[in-house]
Design a protein around this ligand. Structure first.
Ligand code: G
Ligand code: G
Ligand code: MN
Ligand code: NA
Length: 255
């Protein structure tokens, strides 16, 4: 309850920030977009990780206004970068949607409104949904088709940790599978995890989807993923999530 009250205050006092983690093409080594990750800039505690407050936000429903704000702020920021830097014109922004947001009846209209208000074109927005968020919702296929019609790009986050039904997966207009970082982090030591990574990449390609490997931390992991024809990645090897100023510095440098 205390955390809930504090979080309500944080929203009112505008203490939330969006951090941006580069997503990189593994073939060119260049940034192709950013994942938006929320942080709480607490006046005394400093940066608070979303792992500490997203669960409470989900239980209390505060995830709805928080998610709405993250979506707006990250679309606004990318649009601003696109107008400032020619190299940013093709970049995309990936925004996490919790299952609770995903079951909001007016979600599609809200996303459309944000795109309209910020001037970002829909094909620069990627929505990240978890396997459970999609598989537990009877309306998923219809909802995803509405986003597809809008040309918003759809990703399944943390893929491999949930329990996707492959027959249902095939029916959904998903563009990208993001391989959970738990498989990537041990793929050099555990043969089983390397096999899982390989299987997800093959599955995605056979279904006409692309793949992002999360949590790349070493040159060895990167080299292995390239050999497996994984086309995109993110992780501390490239960059940790950055505040908007630091992300802008990367864009100015033409990374
Ligand atoms: O950035 P970090 O690794 O600390 O994030 C921890 C968790 O919080 C991750 O699972 C991430 O998906 C989640 N998260 C970060 N930002 C958002 C957000 O804006 N919305 C939702 N729903 N989850 C987020
Ligand atoms: O669940 P989701 O994929 O949205 O979570 C992203 C989270 O992973 C963020 O909290 C981010 O800070 C974290 N993260 C990003 N890159 C790495 C990495 O290379 N290693 C580790 N351990 N965490 C990472
Ligand atoms: Mn994510
Ligand atoms: Na993830």
């Amino acid at each position: 309850l205390q955390l809930e009250m504090a979080l309500r205050w944080a929203i009112e006092r505008q203490e939330l920030r969006v951090y941006y983690q580069p997503i990189v093409s593994l073939t060119t080594g260049r940034i192709i977009g950013f994942e938006a990750l929320v942080r709480w800039l607490h006046p005394e505690q400093g940066l608070v990780s979303p792992a500490q407050f997203i669960p409470v936000a989900e239980e209390t429903g505060l995830i709805i206004p928080i998610g709405q704000w993250v979506l707006y702020e990250s679309c606004r920021q990318l649009r601003q970068w696109q107008t400032q830097f020619p190299t940013a014109s093709t970049l995309t922004i990936s925004v996490n949607l919790s299952s609770k947001q995903f079951s909001q009846p007016n979600l599609v209209a809200q996303v459309e409104q944000v795109l309209k208000d910020t001037g970002l074109s829909s094909n620069h927005l990627k929505l990240e949904i978890t396997e459970s968020g999609i598989m537990n919702n009877a309306e998923s296929a219809a909802l995803l088709r509405q986003f597809q019609a809008l040309k918003v790009h759809l990703c399944i986050d943390d893929f491999g940790t949930g329990y996707s039904s492959l027959s249902r997966l095939r029916q959904f207009p998903i563009n990208t599978l993001k391989i959970d970082r738990s498989f990537v982090s041990t793929m050099r030591e555990a043969v089983e995890d390397a096999e899982v990574v390989q299987a997800i990449i093959t599955l995605a390609h056979n279904l006409g989807m692309d793949v992002v490997a999360e949590g790349i931390e070493t040159a060895e992991q990167l080299a292995h993923l390239r050999r497996l024809h994984c086309e995109q990645g993110q992780g501390y090897f490239f960059s940790k999530p950055l505040n908007s100023q630091a992300a802008e510095t990367l864009l100015i440098a033409g990374f």
